[in-house]
Write a protein that binds this ligand. Structure first.
Ligand code: ADP
Ligand code: MG
Length: 712
């Protein structure tokens, strides 16, 4: 089969490979592509897309949907009119790894004909024809281009995951699709305003637009949009019904039998059970890599350490086990390592979050270890509490996980629970939109011109209270007016790729004259676990934290960490190369028990949002050492999450009345100030607040008078 370069793709060889290597690899990839289950139905699929403007494609993970279908459509001429093919993914890692793979399959450098775009990173160019991106990113693009006019095809991939962005995107695409079909019928091009589309959303959007876009809409003739929904779950009905009885096609997967093993008794320590199982497989089973499903970065990192510890106790010959973590916040170059074949004689253990359930296919897996847990978002609309908690998987998730073992041959799956327990699991997972804080969704929809969010045509209606609460919060934040319209501040907030509360904090900080500090603070708050506190070195890591700790709270502590690291880096750069300085910074992080990955991520986010606020014309000034001013700014930004100390030392959240404790990881855990603001609420056996700062209650009265009054 000719690669895409047979069309107008430029050909490029890789610098570090010899010609021989390159052709051998190319041939191997060609062979792999031909062998994919989907290759047999290429023509039929292209025909189906030609004949149906909306199509649902269902197929097993690994059948080739994500990597192949965009290439088939490109070859089939769907980019001929200059349109591009956009494929959305719920996860950043999938967008990146798949784009890399497809660029390689096509023999083109990444970022040219094949590229990807995720929040804070755009690897595409004017030549890009196949663009992988996160679903959240496409939603943002719709803010600037309500018709998504540059796309001739949009593929919503992994729709079965039903992330909140996917659900909102489906609703939006339904409107865009209608609008563009109408446009081609010649209505919209002459009388744009009333006849543009059925979806009132876009109509209002156009009303709200400035003349520039309005004229562009009038002038341009939109081609109809081909919309494809892809899913790995067999139940296509819900998507088909939502899109007015759209046609659904099934692609057969290739699945070998997988033996399922259960434990005889319930496991109390999941990590220990996983470790025992990993070593049992390693020492007693034949060749093949192991995939272990864990709940998050911290758990993955501690299992990784424990594996290395136990390996050291094994005889030399049994130590040929390599660990590879993969989770969404891991930098992509590290994630890519998972896909490399293990060296001869070695066995790989991949420690993954549910990212490896369906989003990515890792070759070589023969054994799956599944503790049956997943970290999931939950939301209590009454309390307005959004939290991440560890819950049991659904049956559908357990099946997806075990399926990972049977891709290349018969496999084995070890479920670390009893068979009777499996029977009790729910069939499928509740869509995220039903268990999430909707602040961001409501803000985004409003920014897209959809004012009546309650009656928006969601594929699954979110809880009404959750929407009403979000509207109320947006009103309190000044993003929505009393007439329920998006305010200027609201528009500004929607433009920033951040949690609305953080966007608001940046806007407030520009007025307070401490935007420099708030940018850093928000960047640090946007990443997971800056501090690295391994169980066995708790004392050392606590001491390291002390040198950064501010008695005023965690926000200033995070600021100290960033500034100290940055000073170290900048000084280093004056005498070293950038690369050396980066390396030294990683060493510095290690010495100071800072998670260098997270810090790097925060630095990247910082430079991106700095660009964003500069583009918006906000003034980036520093309050220098005026920490009082900065904390007043925190109060003015985070007043929705304030709490007062109770006589017993617990805290009462002012708006919800919820009783919480300060999390032990906070620098204020012992100090227990009278009044605090915080960013995060987590539930374990207690309700804890994290990222906490000391404020004065009177500041709330002064700075958020619509909510707070002087107490007796
Ligand atoms: P689906 O979307 O149906 O789950 P994909 O298109 O993602 O399937 O993957 C199809 C096949 O392509 C995989 O089974 C694997 O063999 C190969 N593949 C995909 N991504 C990569 C990658 N990053 N590295 C190596 N092989 C890959
Ligand atoms: Mg896929």
């Amino acid at each position: 089969m000719p690669s895409m370069s047979a069309n107008n793709f430029s050909r490029n060889t890789y610098h570090h490979q010899t010609k021989g290597d390159f052709f051998a690899r190319k041939q191997k990839i060609e062979q792999q592509r031909k062998n994919l289950p989907i290759a047999a139905v290429e023509r039929r699929l292209v025909e189906e897309v030609r004949n149906n403007d909306t199509l649902i494609i269902v197929g097993e993970t690994g059948s080739g949907k994500t990597t192949q279908i965009p290439q088939y459509l490109f070859k089939g001429g769907f980019c001929r009119d200059g349109g591009i093919i956009g494929i959305t993914q719920p996860r950043r890692v999938a967008a990146i790894t798949v784009a890399k793979r497809v660029a390689e399959e096509c023999g083109v450098p990444l970022g040219q004909e094949v590229g990807y775009a995720i929040r804070f990173e755009d690897v595409t160019s004017g030549q890009t024809k196949i663009k992988y991106m996160t679903d959240g990113l496409l939603l943002r693009e719709a803010l600037l281009d309500p018709y998504l006019s540059k796309y001739s095809v949009i593929i919503v991939d992994e729709a079965h995951e039903r992330t909140i962005h996917t659900d909102v995107l489906l609703g939006l695409l339904k409107n865009v699709h209608k609008a563009r079909s109408k446009s081609i019928n010649g209505v919209a091009n002459t009388e744009h305003n009333n006849n543009l589309n059925n979806g009132h959303a876009l109509e209002e959007r156009i009303d709200n637009q400035n003349d520039g876009i309005l004229k562009a809409c009038q002038a341009k003739k939109y081609s109809p949009l081909k919309l494809i929904i892809m899913s790995a779950s067999l139940d296509a009905r819900v998507f088909s019904e939502y899109f007015g009885g759209a046609r659904a096609v099934h692609v057969q997967g290739r699945q070998f039998p997988v033996d399922i093993f259960y434990t005889h008794k319930p496991e109390t320590d999941c990590i220990d059970a996983a470790l025992i199982t990993i070593f049992q497989i390693h020492l007693e089973e034949g060749p093949g890599d192991i995939l272990v499903f864990l709940t998050g970065q911290e758990e993955i990192e501690s299992v990784e350490r424990l594996i290395h510890e136990r390996l050291r106790q094994l005889p030399e010959g049994s130590r040929k086990l390599l660990t590879f973590p993969i989770f969404s916040s891991l930098p992509s170059e590290k994630q890519m390592k998972v896909f490399m074949p293990s060296p001869a004689g070695y066995r790989k253990v991949i420690l993954a979050t549910n990212i490896a359930e369906t989003s990515v296919t890792i070759p070589g897996i023969k054994y799956v270890v599944d503790p049956g847990l997943v970290k999931a978002r939950t939301y209590d609309p009454k309390m307005g509490v959004d939290s991440l908690i560890i819950v049991t998987t659904s049956k559908a998730q357990a099946l997806q996980r075990s399926g990972r073992a049977g891709r290349e041959g018969p496999g084995k799956c070890y479920r670390l629970y009893q068979e009777s327990f499996f029977e009790k699991l729910t069939d499928s997972t509740l869509p995220e939109i039903r268990r999430c804080d909707l602040l961001n969704v409501v803000l985004q929809l409003k920014a897209l011109g959809i004012d009546d969010v309650i009656n928006f045509d969601f594929i699954e209606k979110p809880d009404r209270t959750a929407i009403v609460n979000s509207l109320w919060s947006l009103y309190l934040l000044g993003a929505v007016t009393e007439e329920n319209k998006l305010s200027d501040v609201g528009h500004q907030m929607a433009r920033l790729p951040l949690d609305p509360v953080y966007s608001k904090a940046l806007i407030v900080a520009s007025q307070f004259g401490c935007l420099k500090e708030m940018l850093i603070c928000v960047a640090m708050l946007s990443v997971e676990s800056i501090f690295y506190a391994p169980r066995e070195k708790l004392e050392e890591s606590r001491n390291a934290l002390k040198s950064f700790a501010s008695p005023e709270g965690d926000h200033l502590t995070l600021l100290n960490v960033y500034l100290t690291a940055d000073e170290f880096f900048q000084k280093n750069k004056t005498v070293n190369s950038e690369e050396k300085a980066e390396k030294n910074l990683r060493k510095w992080c290690k010495d100071n028990y800072i998670n260098s990955r997270s810090l790097k991520h925060a630095r990247d986010i910082h430079s991106q949002i700095l660009r964003n606020v500069e583009q918006m014309g906000l003034c980036v000034t520093s309050c220098e050492d005026d920490t009082l001013l900065f904390r007043r700014c925190l109060a003015a930004s985070f007043f929705l999450k304030a709490a007062m100390k109770q006589p017993d030392g617990a805290y009462r959240v002012t708006l919800s009345g919820l009783i919480v404790q300060i999390h032990p990881s906070s620098v204020l855990f012992r100090a227990k100030p009278e009044c605090i603001v915080f960013n995060e609420l987590v539930h374990t056996n207690h309700s804890y607040v994290r990222n906490v700062s000391r404020i004065d209650y009177l500041w709330l009265v002064e700075l958020a008078p619509h909510l707070y009054a002087v107490q007796d």
